[in-house]
Each structure stands twice: as C-alpha cells, then as structure tokens.
Design a binder for this molecule. Sequence first.
Ligand SMILES: Nc1nc2c(ncn2[C@@H]2O[C@H](COP(=O)(O)OP(=O)(O)OP(=O)(O)O)[C@@H](O)[C@H]2O)c(=O)[nH]1
Ligand SMILES: [Mg+2]
Length: 455
Amino acid sequence: MANIFKSMISGIIARNMKKKLTNWTISEEDVTEVLKQIRIALLDADVNLLVVKNFIKSVREKAVGYVMEKGQEPDKVLLSIVKEELVTILGKNQEDLKLDAKQTRIMLVGLNGAGKTTTIAKVANWLKIKKEKKPMLVALDVYRPAAIDQLDQLAQKINVPCYKEPGKDVIAIAEHAMHEAEKNGNDVILFDTAGRLQTNVELMNELKNIKKEVKPQEIILVVDAMAGQDIINVAKEFHETLDLTGLIITKLDSEARAGAVLSITNLLNIPVKFTGTGEAIGSLDIFYPDRMADQILGLGDIMSLAEKAADRMDESSAKKSFTRMISGKFDLEDLMTQMEQISRLGSLGGLMKMLPGNLANRVSEDDINSAEQKMIGWRILMSSMTKKERRNPALFKKQPNRKIRVVKGSGRKPDELNKMLSQWEKAKVKMDEIGRKIKSGKNPLMDLMKGGGMR
Ligand SMILES: Nc1nc2c(ncn2[C@@H]2O[C@H](COP(=O)(O)OP(=O)(O)OP(=O)(O)O)[C@@H](O)[C@H]2O)c(=O)[nH]1
Ligand SMILES: [Mg+2]
C-alpha cells in the first residue's frame, strides 16, 4: 500500500484547491490541474485505466458547477466529492458473509500462492471467535500432499476439524465432508481448493463440478495485492465460470500498490469481504470501503487502529499502569509492560501508517526507525535488570556497580543505559505533574493543547 499512501490524494487536493476561487461556483478550470494529478496518482497505484477514467469523469461531473455556500472551502468540497466516489468504487456497502443457512458452505478459489489456505484458517478462526460458529475445513487441494498437511496443521493450530482423504476424487471427498459436518454439528464448511499458475480449462471444470456438488452460499476469489493488471482477466474468468460472491485481498501488508486488485470489485461488481495483512492467523480485517477510501486518500485509519488496540491490549494492565502513572509510581517495570503492549500492536512504522496523513507526515521513516531501535535497546537493557531494580531505579544511583552489571549482561553501551534512565526520570516528573493536576480537578489535556506538551 506504500505507493497509495505516498500519493496522498488529500495532499494533492489541499495544495491545488487552497486558492480562492474566482466565484462561488466551481468551474472546469478550477479542477483541471487537480484532477490531472489525482489521475496520475491512481494510475501510479496501478488502478485500472477504465476505473480511473470513470472515476475522474464522475468527480468532474459532481464538482463542476457545484455552488459553494458561505463558509465552505473548495478543497474540503472536492475532498468530500472524491471520497464519496472512491467509496462507490470500493463497493459502497460492506457486505457480511452470508451465514444464515443451517449449514453454510464456503469455497475459496484462486491462483497458486494467492493465500487460499492461509486465509481459510484465518476466516475459520474469525467465524469461531467472532461469530461463535463451529467451522470445519476440507482439503480439496489433493494434488500435493504438502497442501493437505498445511491445511491440517493450520486447523490444529486454531483447534477446528479438518476433513481429508487419501484419494484424488474431490467430488467424493466434498460429499463425504458434508456428511461428516452434519454428523458432528459443524455449521460452516470451508473448502480449500487447488490453485494453478494460470487459469485453465481443467481447473475451471474441476471447480465447476465442486460447485455443483457443494452448492456453496459463498464462492470467494482470493487475490494477492501484489498482482498486476493481469489479475483482472483472471478474476473475470473465475467470475464467468463460477459466479463469484466475494473477494478477499491478501498481502496488503506488503509494499504492493494494490490498485489492480482493488479495481476488480468495481469492474466486476463483486464485494470485497476481507483483507489479509500478514501471515499470522489474526491478520484478517473486515473490509470497509469507507475506511479503505480514507487510507487511499491518506487520511489514515484511526478506526482500525482503535479496534486493534481494543483487541490486543490488556485492559486491566493498561488501567493499572495509568493509575500508577498519575500517582507518581511509574517505574521501569511499568515501562517494560507498556512497551510490550505497544509491540503487540505491530511495528511502529505500521502504526504510523494508520494515523491521519498530516500527523504521520510529521514523523519521518528515519525517526520511526530510530524509535524502533531505541525500543529494542531499552527492552534488552530492562530485561537484564532484576525486578527489584526495575521497581526501584534509584538503586542505580546508590550502587553504580549495578549499572556495570546491566551493561555487561545486556551487551549494550553505558551511554544508552544512562540516557534511558534520565529520560525515564524526566517523563516521571511530567507524569507526576499531570497526576497532581488531575487530583486538583484540572484537565491536563488543556495544558498539553496549549503547547506545554510532553516531549
Ligand atoms: N505477508 C502476507 N503473507 C501472506 C498473506 N496471506 C498469505 N500469505 C503467505 O503467502 C504464501 C502462500 O499462501 P497459501 O495460503 O499457501 O496460498 P495458496 O493460495 O493456498 O497457494 P496454493 O495452495 O499453492 O495454491 C504463504 O507463505 C503465506 O504465509 C498475507 O496477508 N500477508
Ligand atoms: Mg493452498
């Protein structure tokens, strides 16, 4: 997604539309330059040409002739038109999986390496945890024994059953699997099908036959964000043969531009159901066109960040460390716990990308890298201390020998330890101050906003 972020369409709009319009109606001339730049940014992100053309056309139609009301600013008006059109392109309304049937059957299809098998396990885990379902996985990629093992191992990891058979008759296996699921009360069956390097008649026939036997409520095409424009024809072929009900885009965590796969939903009118953002089982997100539009515009994805934090942060320990902070008791043990919590959310760079563009832009890649390096160093230093030392860092002043031991044990530099201790002390002074203000009924955020920020 990196290039989409860098294109920062909201930045383009801000730069080009800040100037005063000559009158209250937006004219063709007012938008010529900005639309040209947005067009280039979208093509740069590998969005399909036809999608770009239609997009620019509808933005132009909505913008030109727009009569502004008093107090409206041209850049805000254009940004909201662009966002609305982007959301339309990305599918307008997010659609949930159809899960009402007594036994829901879902087929995942796609090219080799797209991420079908990994994604099946992610979706099954999501169904189990978020939807309280009893999923079963079925191995229909019977041509490579390793493929069955891969699915089986993932199933064990998430603790759901995996149905497999030694033979190669996928229709029979699918039929047996459905009986087995019915017998065991599995209410969702996920079929892992074989991929090919390219679509071919043999694969399409096999999938068509499986579909006939299984009668799935959902047939989902799994596509890799790194795919180029070819993927659009591939998706068309799958859709013509199978009448797809959804898409899952994997590997959005990569440096891929993702424009091609994001174009499929508009060109073929198939909703994106989920996105994959990593190899781990938990790296699956429901797709929200609105949030994706904000990401593309460079407005960040605060909602996802908040959800991620809620999912992975340990609330009770967060509350505890906050209380300790404002009561002047924040020590290195608390700092270590906090740093562990932050690292559970992922890399700092990844977190920064979720912040709105103007915030994220203030911090350079170098700053992020050096902060990450610093955190690594601090964690190593702190884990070389005894718990007693972390609870009472004043011991380092009283007995400097302790410092020598920590430096030796951690393999870090003495200077790094000294800097860490002095930064902790400074932060503690600030926190004490905030704590006192809270206790006396003042809102410390007001001070922070007036410029006395914590640094
Ligand atoms: N970074 C990243 N890697 C992913 C993601 N999804 C899948 N992968 C990786 O992509 C590779 C291929 O994934 P599989 O699930 O085996 O793909 P498949 O479509 O089942 O492939 P075949 O069975 O060979 O057709 C594996 O190394 C996965 O770990 C993702 O969202 N992000
Ligand atoms: Mg597979």
